[in-house]
Design a protein around this ligand. Structure first.
Ligand code: AGP
Length: 616
């Protein structure tokens, strides 16, 4: 949840770290803080609220020049978001500074032990105990900060990324990782540590994935990685394929808007090279063997939030194409209900960040039960793909806005590809049929562009409903997950009450919510391809209109049968049914973004949220 940056090298460390924090602020914005070492003295500045508050503080109370620094943006878990609870935390000698992402589960015991030993703690956080423990271990470790860290982490339970500096070690940043992300950036005469490569890609693209339970010692010219016992660790180097520009706003006011408009490209990239010349699907990085795929009896999609909605679409696509029975499960519920899994189950974990703790725990549980795990992920080097048996990467590029947009569309493309691939291998589907869908997918980017042309009209519509108390979204078939996604976007960005329903369920309860003037957004299935479903949705529209609802209909071009039931119509291009979410979701993203902007909310960093949820 929190963003972490560490730097040691030849530049002004503070600017490098603050620049990195700006790129990581999407991970948490309850407070921000930095620590530098200069002349064997540690200096810390920290402030509640967004990074800009810290920058103001640094302007009023500057730090000395330094070539070593650490920095943190916080998403609060233990302790309210105030100055005292902001990271970095220091020990009693004020020589050690620590930043942390995650939760230290045994912190109460450790805190009690420290208090018994006479240590006065100055925050409510779980992190502060680490600073004091490092202080105890430092002399016992021959003044070796990395060894002190190894000794401390062996005492901790829970999930953590920890990064520390010591006033007496002006060329050393130490990091430790268990269940939370930490990546090393290797530069020339400088090295970086960060929760996400976005923090350092403007300096270097050479990175090292830190594995589970590893400690790294960073010097300006050397990176040493060990396990928690001090044995040299096996690590994986990679080159980041995003460029720095991708993590900037590129002329847009908001990251979210930029990312909405990047969707045609993101979808196109995710499709590049997926079809061979002889019409066969190619999923290069998806290393499950033909035998393993043939062996699958059941697929379970696990994911959270928006990614869960793409999993729902995955179920429709997979069952339609490959005829393999599928379930979709919220990752946070999965392992707690003792699901029935075996070697013939494939668990497909969908995650933009690849770090969502609920999803990570779900796949670990699945593996412990013998299931195979495949990750659909947008982030190279992340924990979920690393711990999975196979991976299918979406190629959306960095998604910075907290609200997921391009990640969702690329996930939908990925589940479609996977379904077609399994169909090809297991059912011997004729290449012509697969080619037809692939041709349609190849045109989808253009169709998303067409939907983006409706942006101004959707913004105008948002103005009309700015004061609505509640907005309902309904759909059937794949329109149902789209309705859920539309409602989620509105809740998280506009802070409005919004619900998504399967349209057929309305009469079983939710229709009681309909009152005069309530806006109901309806994702209308294709009248050309889904006549029966279309008729049912038309009935649902009439039911809500009869009770005073105002209807906003998302309808494909050419469907004029619907006009009389609409208060507002948003047109989307004609697609096959399973691909409709790729165009129907886009106006809903714009709608929420516009409403949130009108209400004066921080669209990219909505309240109480963080981009990647690395706690359970
Ligand atoms: C949606 O807009 C949110 N950002 C959230 O629901 C997100 O999709 C969810 O937390 C899962 O994140 P992941 O894809 O990184 O695992």
């Amino acid at each position: 949840m929190c963003g972490i940056v560490g730097y040691v090298g030849n530049k002004q460390a503070l600017s490098v770290v603050v620049e990195g924090l700006r790129r990581l602020e999407y991970r948490g914005y309850d407070s921000a803080g930095v620590a530098v070492v200069n002349n064997k003295k540690l200096d810390v500045r920290k402030k509640a609220g967004k990074l800009t508050n810290l920058e103001t503080l640094l302007g009023n109370d500057p730090l000395p020049d330094s070539t070593i620094a650490i920095g943190h943006t916080r998403w609060a878990t233990h302790g309210i978001p105030n100055d005292a609870n902001a990271h970095p935390h220091t020990d009693v000698s004020n020589e050690i500074a620590v930043i942390h992402n995650g939760i230290i589960e045994n912190f109460s015991e450790l805190r009690a032990e420290l208090q018994k030993a006479g240590v006065k703690l100055s925050s409510d956080t779980d992190t502060e105990v680490v600073a004091h423990l490092l202080n105890f271990e430092y002399p016992k470790s021959n003044n070796d900060l990395a060894e002190s860290m190894r000794r401390v982490v062996r005492k901790l339970r829970g999930a953590f990324t920890l990064v520390a500096v010591h006033a007496q070690q002006p060329d050393v940043v130490v990091g430790a990782r268990r269940n939370s992300p930490l990546v090393v950036g290797r530069g020339n005469g400088e090295n970086f540590l960060a929760s996400d490569v976005a923090a350092f890609i403007s300096h270097t693209k050479n990175a090292i994935e830190l594995g589970q339970d590893q400690v790294v010692e960073l010097r300006h010219d050397k990176v040493t990685i060990t396990d928690f016992e001090g044995k040299p660790a096996v690590t994986k180097e990679f080159v980041v394929d995003w460029d720095a520009k991708a993590a900037e706003k590129g002329g847009f006011d908001l990251f979210m808007l930029k990312e909405i408009f990047e969707q045609p490209k993101a979808v196109a990239e995710t499709l590049v090279g997926r079809l061979s010349e002889n019409g066969k699907l190619v999923l290069e990085e998806m290393t499950l063997s033909i035998g393993e795929i043939a062996n699958i009896e059941k697929i379970v999609f696990v994911a959270c939030g928006t990614a869960f909605h793409s999993g729902m679409i995955g179920k429709y696509a997979m069952e339609r194409w490959s005829r393999i029975p599928c379930e979709v499960e919220l990752a946070s519920e999965f392992r707690y209900r003792d699901p029935i899994l075996n070697q013939r189950t494939l668990v497909v974990a969908i995650s933009q960040s690849g770090e969502t703790m609920d999803t990570l725990m779900a796949i670990r549980h699945a593996k412990s039960q013998g299931a195979r795990v495949l990750a659909i992920c947008n982030t190279q080097g992340a924990t979920i793909p690393r711990e999975s048996d196979a991976v299918l990467y979406t190629r959306g590029g960095p998604e910075i806005a907290v609200a997921s947009t391009k990640a969702f569309l690329t996930q939908v493309v990925a589940v479609e590809l996977l379904s077609l691939y399994f169909a090809e291998l297991r059912l011997d589907k004729p290449t012509t049929e697969i080619k037809q869908v692939m041709n349609e997918l190849a045109n989808i980017s253009h169709q998303i562009d067409v939907v983006l042309d409706t942006t101004d009209a959707v913004k105008e519509l948002a103005k009309k409903y700015m004061n609505a108390q509640s907005v309902l979204f309904i759909g059937r078939h794949v329109g149902f997950p789209v309705a859920l996604e539309g409602a989620l976007k509105l809740k998280e960005l506009a802070y409005m009450h919004a619900e998504g329903f399967a349209a057929g369920e309305l009469k079983h309860g939710p229709i009681a919510l309909i009152e005069d003037g309530i806006p109901v957004v309806v994702i209308v299935p294709s009248v050309r391809l889904e006549k029966e479903l279309h008729e049912k949705v038309v009935s649902n529209i009439q039911e809500v209109r009869a009770r005073g609802a105002r209807t906003i209909l998302i309808v494909e071009e050419g469907d004029d049968s619907i006009i009389e039931f609409a208060d507002h119509i948003i047109r989307i291009p004609q697609t096959s049914s399973l691909l409709q979410p790729l165009v129907a979701t886009v106006p809903l993203q714009v709608f929420s973004c516009a409403l949130a902007t009108l209400k004066g909310h921080d669209v990219d960093q909505p309240r109480n949220l963080a981009k990647s949820v690395t706690v359970e």
